[in-house]
Design a protein around this ligand. Sequence first.
Ligand code: SAH
Ligand code: SF4
Ligand code: F3S
Length: 452
Amino acid sequence: MADDARPAPKRLFIETYGCQMNVYDSERMRDVLAPLGYAQTDKPDDADLVILNTCHIREKATEKVYSEIGRLRAHKERRAGEGKGMTIAIAGCVAQAEGEEIVRRAPAVDLVVGPQAYHKLPELIARAARQSGERLAAEFTPQEKFDALPVRTPDGVSAFLSIQEGCDKFCTFCVVPYTRGAEYSRPAADVLAEARVLADRGVREITLLGQNVNAYHGEGARGFADLLAAIADIEGIARIRYTTSHPIEMTDALIDLHGSEPKLMPYLHLPVQSGSDRILKAMNRKHDAAFYRDIVARLRAVRPDIALSTDFIVGFPGEREQDFEDTLQLVRDVGFASAYSFKYSPRPGTPAALMLAQVGEEAKAERLARLQALLAEQQRAFNESQIGRVLPVLVAGRGRRPGQSHGRSPYLQAVHFPDTTARDGDIVPVRILAASQNSLAGERADIAAELA
Ligand code: SAH
Ligand code: SF4
Ligand code: F3S
């Protein structure tokens, strides 16, 4: 397109809720809209187009969307008074699950676009200018979407790369199989091409994304481990991560790769949800607690410095005190570097929402507090165990204080250290001197050695 054909700049505000998949999608929506002259703003009040990229996973997440729409309506009305428009678009998983209800409940919304249709945004926005309340949800396949997206413009040294979407596991508590549809894997050639573009543009660390990323079975690769190995061959890519994994998809090949591929970071998010076999069965997780313990043991055998993070749900229907104790015991046995934990939230259309033995709010809150206290203690202990170690840190910017740099450790901890020479994307050895709940501080081990 010739420069003079470009439309006047318009302002785009995107608010992202939910998981990394939505973070990736928001970035791609920005890419799709850039040729139309949309530039990003960090304030919704002066935006021509606002996109809420929503999450449906828990009731709270969904309710947030409606309260945010309420706030936006005020901006929209004020702008209308000034003779300016504001298009409000709802994207993501709430859009997919409740499209029609959004349009009914929130007339300020101009369009609703599901996760497989956002490559159609330019067209939808043009149409919404004429007619409000349009809905476009599950009419496309993921393949069509990925094919239609423009080349990426990553910002920074770390990037997400979506390789798999949807889920066929049907855990009884979860909406994802309904909001994101059936499991779909992108062809390996497409994934590798996108990874090479990222590497060419300065990305050093790639996090492969999927709701069940290790169930990847795309054309042109013999499974997920094979794809990882091919990505590891790309020059410039120094670190590879993946999320979120399902325990039953941790194949022998994948576990072995953790032992043999140094670019694969020794940090794995492997959700377990509960330590009780009764509850795991009712959740339809397809494995028991012993199976999870065994995977962890095998990972540690091939990669002794591997650290784990996980997800828990407390107060799943039927959960008794003994079941919860089993969860605490699993935490003590495994030892997690970090974890997310949630109170069970009944979701419309899922089997668990209809189970009779719902757990009371008080018991849920009390169990969550006990679990989180234990997890916080483990996280602090893990961070403190890094003191004295030299960690390779991927530099990603200057610190808040002058003369400081910061970056990420292999375990995704934020690391701060005095430095003025490192550039973004460098990987420098940092001796860890102090640890807090959420970050580490240290000094460059290479420079300190030179001075000594
Ligand atoms: N695909 C991932 C996680 C998807 S959702 C996996 O299979 O693990 C992220 C986390 O949200 C889940 O791991 C679970 O701990 C939590 N979650 C999902 N549904 C929930 C619900 N109904 N109530 C509370 N937490 C839930
Ligand atoms: Fe949801 Fe279970 Fe699928 Fe994860 S594996 S997305 S928790 S249904
Ligand atoms: Fe939420 Fe959808 Fe992700 S429901 S957790 S944004 S897949």
